[in-house]
Design a protein around this ligand. Sequence first.
Ligand SMILES: C[S@@+](CC[C@H](N)C(=O)[O-])C[C@H]1O[C@@H](n2cnc3c(N)ncnc32)[C@H](O)[C@@H]1O
Length: 266
Amino acid sequence: MKTTPSSGSLTCIGTGITLAGQITTLSKDYLEQAEMVFGILPDKLSEDWVKSITPSYKSLQYLYGEGKSRRQTYQEMKDVVCQAVRDGNKVVLALYGHPGIFACVGHFAIETLRSEGYPAQMLPGVSADACLYADLGIDPGTTGCQAYEATQFLFSGVPLNTSAYTILWQIGLAGEHTLKTFKTTQKNLHAAVRVLNKWYPLEHEMILYEAPFIPVHHPRIDKFKLKDLPIMDLTSISTLVIPPLTGLKLDQESLNEFGLNISDFG
Ligand SMILES: C[S@@+](CC[C@H](N)C(=O)[O-])C[C@H]1O[C@@H](n2cnc3c(N)ncnc32)[C@H](O)[C@@H]1O
């Protein structure tokens, strides 16, 4: 017979990228009312700010370790959060940005807890790409936009759609397959240039973007050519934005399906 779960629950919230200003009102309410709060936040300032809202805040950063597989770290983080829920607590897991974008611990914990009969939910937050669209003045609706985790893309051989924007997350870890270290290498970056050069000329201009964590700071917006990727200073928060080579074009074969002609568009 299935045992009845305790009264525990989980809500995963995002604190946004820029400190204090990008958390939603609803997420802040959950923080204030939580019995236990765990977090994976980018720096001490963000942690101190969450602690000022909820003294029960506990960082999960201690589970990371140089030489330790991040896969194991994420499992351990999930286990800590799930156990607190099983113990009957109303738990909040606070992650920076959006809690479910390029962030697996919340997804893992929700899946496990729901399978055990506990209420578990995720609330949306302001992610790095939301900031990017604002700071770079990009509307992904103009040409379309594709996004990949950099290493997964580089290892996959999937074709890129060069008529759309491309966003490569975690470019600072490009080609880092061991999941045990927090930096890429020059060798990996030269390999990344060769892969991207299948789709873009070496002179194609791209952008390294970093949204500020502190409201008075400015975003990093560094424009450079593909061939210069290996000499760029990449950090753990760098995101690579590749503007399209061409915009979207009308395709007569597709228009035929709608009984339309290119000339109908003037
Ligand atoms: C583990 S993911 C976390 C993403 C986060 N959950 C979000 O919603 O933005 C880390 C990657 O997100 C991107 N990122 C994180 N912080 C950023 C920032 N301040 N500016 C630009 N990109 C950022 C980078 O690509 C970085 O390697």
